[in-house]
Design a protein around this ligand. Structure first.
Ligand code: NAD
Length: 355
């Protein structure tokens, strides 16, 4: 009993956190999952864990110091993994305040509670404790036609989202240098895969393509992102948590730079193969170009060489395999998407603990 590692995961009802929690429980980790269930939190994602004694869902905010302090004292986790965030760039343009509240103020409050908990740990438990902060490559700003982000690239966030994530990264760093808190930070490129909220490019395009609707593409469609299958991001986070050097940051990426329009072409092709349109027309014909996002970063590319060399991490999915698996998942789980689109995912709660 005592040997089972316990991790406090925040934001584990979201896209990446949900994938991470499902995987960690399957690998024998006990998870306390703290999530505020914003529009992005979805308990349907965790339905397969219902009744599993190794998963405790707690409905609450990372900024609720009293709640977080009680959870730490009661469950005595060996690690805290912070996924909780407002994560959608377009929403940050419409309303930056929520991003500062959760990503900056919330993360600071979480850090203070974790610091106080860690200070009271003793011996091996204290030495082994880790706080891992999950962040994004968007903190580095936009690249020209060449070059890649490394861990040495200066921060230059351009959206309210990336600015708030940059601020949280700096606070995490400061808690290591000022208080000695054993922190790790990962900065990852664009994720795709199962359970992603259909406001993000990949699930949005799949849903609209299947519905026969217009596929909206920002600007000229030539903005470049690096794409990584969510399961490979989760394996990177575990590698960093288990073997990363305290105080370090690790870039995570898939060496899969693609223009947005090329991602859309790939998705349309996969859907046409698996479920051709009734009229036989290619779904790529549904593409319509819309006014560009303000301040839209042109290109992101990530050098994950440090993670690969130091920790031996490799992604298990190529871009092509990951996209094919993702399309297959959305075709097999149309009810999951349907309940997001019609809002019913917010109406039910599985047996969690109310804050
Ligand atoms: P998401 O929006 O799908 O999930 C965020 C989760 O956090 C939701 O379940 C939400 O309910 C929860 N949450 C929000 N505010 C909270 C609060 N105050 N307290 C507790 N829970 C709260 O996001 P995601 O795509 O899974 O991203 C997770 C993390 O990974 C974020 O920190 C994001 O910045 C980072 N990241 C995402 C990507 C990507 O491509 N999606 C890439 C790199 C890094």
């Amino acid at each position: 009993e005592l040997d089972v590692p316990t991790w406090l995961v925040t934001g584990g009802a979201g896209f990446i956190g949900g994938n991470f929690v499902i995987d960690a429980v399957a690998k024998g980790i006990r998870i306390v999952n703290l999530d505020a269930l914003t529009y992005a939190g979805n308990l349907d994602t965790l339905a397969g864990l219902q009744g599993n004694p190794d998963h405790l869902f707690v409905h609450g905010d990372i900024g609720d110091a009293g709640l977080v302090g009680r959870l730490l004292a009661e469950h005595r986790p060996d690690a805290v993994v912070n996924f909780a965030a407002e994560s959608h760039v377009d929403r940050s343009i419409d309303g930056p305040a929520a991003f500062v509240q959760t990503n900056v103020v919330g993360t600071l409050s979480l850090l203070e509670q974790v610091r106080d908990y860690w200070r009271r740990l003793e011996g091996e438990r204290r030495d082994g404790f880790r706080f891992l902060h999950v962040s994004t490559d968007e903190v580095y700003g936009s690249l020209g036609d060449s070059g890649k982000f490394t861990e040495q690239t200066p921060y230059a966030p351009n959206s309210p989202y990336s600015a708030s994530k940059a601020a949280s990264d700096h606070l995490v760093r400061a808690f290591h240098h000022t208080y000695g808190l054993p922190v790790l930070t990962t900065n990852c490129s664009n994720n795709y895969g199962p359970y992603q909220f259909p406001e993000k490019l990949v699930p949005l395009i799949i849903a609209k393509a299947l519905a026969g609707e217009a596929l909206p593409i920002y600007g000229d469609g030539k903005n470049v992102r690096d794409w990584l299958y969510v399961g490979d991001h989760c394996s990177a986070i575990r590698a960093v948590l288990e073997r990363g050097r305290v105080g370090e940051t690790y870039n995570v990426g898939g060496d899969a730079e693609r223009e947005n329009i090329s991602v859309v072409r790939t998705l349309c092709g996969l859907l046409d193969e698996r479920r051709p349109r009734a009229d036989g027309e290619p779904r790529f014909s549904q593409v319509t170009y819309v006014a560009d996002r303000p301040g839209h970063d042109r290109r992101y590319a990530i050098d994950a060489g440090k993670l690969k060399a130091e920790l031996g991490w490799q992604p298990a999915h190529s871009f092509e395999q990951g996209m094919a698996d993702t399309v297959d998942w959305y075709l097999a789980n149309e009810d999951w998407v349907g309940r997001v689109l019609d809002g019913s995912y917010r109406l039910e709660r599985i047996g969690g603990v109310a804050a």
